[in-house]
Design a protein around this ligand. Structure first.
Ligand code: KIV
Ligand code: ZN
Length: 521
């Protein structure tokens, strides 16, 4: 760790806490792509999962540990030895790794969740932090429900964890209950009252139930914390975690008040946001830093001010987070080489030749159909081509009959487990007819929770991005797809969500998956 007193470490938990939010489960392929990008961006520590929680989590942590060049991989564990063993097993191929172990310390959690006295919790800390230290000198300890913990007891737990070898002490606002003044007080109290606090870095981990996760994290940093736990797009349990992009840009933009710095290459933030949202769920339009409207100026008076001097209404340059103004760049005569250059320009540096080939094919089709091809169109094409893992169901063709005076009808051909199947269905609108076709060709019982369409750029020839969220036995997945034809995008988004559900079934219920596969469902 650096001697620089103003250096703030960024601990990303998009793939652990972030994945705990409904609809956010990611495939291994997606996690590897995200990890690669986080490594490039300069995330210091990547919490890649909870290895003891499932085979899928174990595999993800293990594979991510093998590919990281700079970021330190980390796994989460309860105060259970087999959890710590699983972390060590999953992480051991990395040169350096961190084990993050936690236990609840609030009266409410100790009594109702753990059924342990405070002395028993202290015993557990001693035993498990010491045990984790056998595998690595990089151990992080967290007091779950920290902000509802008695402050004197917290001081005892923190002192003990440091004595047993923890190098990072994380203070979670697990239920998003704290406010900045209180969070400041907690961090300051620890700094002033824990005798060995100088032997560890203090960390914040704030949830957003009251919309204060970022404010609380920054208050923690100002008070003396030097690690922030956060997620891209602020995804996470319930209302989410502190958003990485907001924390980093707040410190950068208001460096006059918060003279801290991170190792994050902010120009890749927009790209990270898009990659995470394409693997999980869409970002709200007005989301700070990475929302579609974050740098849009609609009101005439604002536009006028902007034209006179950008600083009138712009506190950050869009380019500083990797947002470029829409520019007409490529046309149907652009070749593969120019396309590849363009991808580099847009920040898609690690994309394989296979993906470039697929995306280029789609670009040619798009350039034939659409008058103006914008950067955002190209980004949507690549994102759409990037995440296609083990698809069981593939759309082969679709014809839709829509309009007034006739029942809307869809003719569809799908490939399901390698077999070509055709169906025709009528519906209450064309989307209903399409989804009925899918159901006929691939019988399933999922519930449709969300269907959302938005345009990638302006104009009636814009590509539409469709998001679909489905639910099966309490598990949710989100599918996304882009196309100039909204109905084709709708079909592909629904199939994307179904394919993800099938992959999830394969990981979490392999027997059920095999039985269903035998029946072709
Ligand atoms: O919110 C929380 O308390 C957590 C811990 C496991 C750090 O996610
Ligand atoms: Zn959390």
């Amino acid at each position: 760790m650096s001697d620089d007193k103003n250096r703030v470490y960024i601990f990303d938990t998009t793939m652990r806490d972030g994945e705990q939010s409904p609809g956010a489960s990611m495939s291994l392929e997606e996690k590897l792509q995200i990890s690669n990008l986080f490594d490039q961006i300069g995330v210091d520590i990547i919490e890649a999962g909870f290895p003891a929680a499932s085979k899928g989590d174990f595999e993800a942590v293990s594979e991510i540990s093998k590919i990281l060049k700079t970021s330190i991989p980390c796994g989460l564990s309860r105060h259970i030895k087999k959890d710590i063993d699983a972390c060590n097993e999953a992480l051991k191929s990395a040169e350096r790794f961190r084990i993050h172990t936690f236990i609840s310390t609030s009266p409410l959690h100790m009594k109702h969740k753990l059924n342990k006295s405070s002395e028993e919790v202290l015993e557990a800390i001693k035993e498990h932090v010491t045990y984790a230290r056998k595998f690595t000198d990089n151990v992080e300890w967290s007091c779950e429900d920290g902000t509802r913990t008695d402050i004197d007891f917290m001081c005892r737990t923190v002192e003990l964890a440091i004595k047993c070898g923890a190098k990072t002490i994380n203070i979670p606002d697990t239920v998003g209950y704290s406010v900045p003044s209180e969070f400041t007080k907690i961090i300051k109290h620890l700094i002033n009252n824990v005798p060995n606090i100088d032997k560890a870095i203090l960390s914040t981990h704030c949830h957003n139930d009251l919309g204060l996760a970022v404010a609380n994290s920054l208050a923690g940093v100002v008070a003396g914390a030097r690690q922030v736990e956060c997620t891209i797009n602020g995804i996470g349990e319930r209302a989410g975690n502190a958003a990485l992009e907001e924390i980093v840009m707040a410190m950068k933009t208001r460096n006059d008040l918060m003279p801290f710095h991170t190792n994050i290459n902010t120009k890749l933030l927009s790209k990270a946001s898009k990659l995470v949202s394409s693997a999980t769920y869409p970002v709200q339009f007005n989301k700070a830093i990475v929302g579609k409207n974050a740098f849009a100026h609609e009101a005439g008076i604002h536009q006028d001010g902007m034209l006179k001097h950008r600083n009138t209404y712009e506190i950050m340059k869009p380019e500083s987070v990797g947002v470029k103004q829409s520019s007409l760049v490529m046309g149907k005569h652009s070749g593969r080489h120019a396309f590849k250059e363009k991808l580099n320009d847009l920040g898609y540096t690690g994309v394989t030749d296979d993906i470039i080939q697929i995306a280029f094919g789609k670009f040619k089709v798009l350039a034939d159909k659409k008058k103006h091809v914008y950067d955002e169109d190209i980004a949507a094409l690549v994102d759409d081509s990037l995440i296609k893992e083990d698809n069981v169901i593939i759309l082969k063709s679709l014809r839709v009959f829509a309009g007034t005076g006739e029942p809307q009808k869809a003719d569809m051909t799908l490939e399901v487990y390698g077999e070509i199947k055709k169906a025709t269905e009528t519906g209450d609108g064309p989307v209903d007819a399409i989804f009925k076709c899918v159901k006929k060709l691939y019988p399933h019982e999922v519930k449709l929770q969300l269907y959302q369409v938005h345009a990638v750029t302006e104009g009636t020839d814009a590509q539409a991005t469709v998001s679909v969220r489905i639910e099966e036995n309490g598990k949710t997945t989100v599918g996304q797809a882009a196309d100039t034809d909204t109905l084709v995008a709708s079909a592909n988004a629904y199939l994307n969500a179904l394919n993800k559900m099938i992959i999830k079934r394969k990981k979490t219920a392999p027997e059920e998956y095999e039985q269903k596969k035998m029946k072709g469902i």
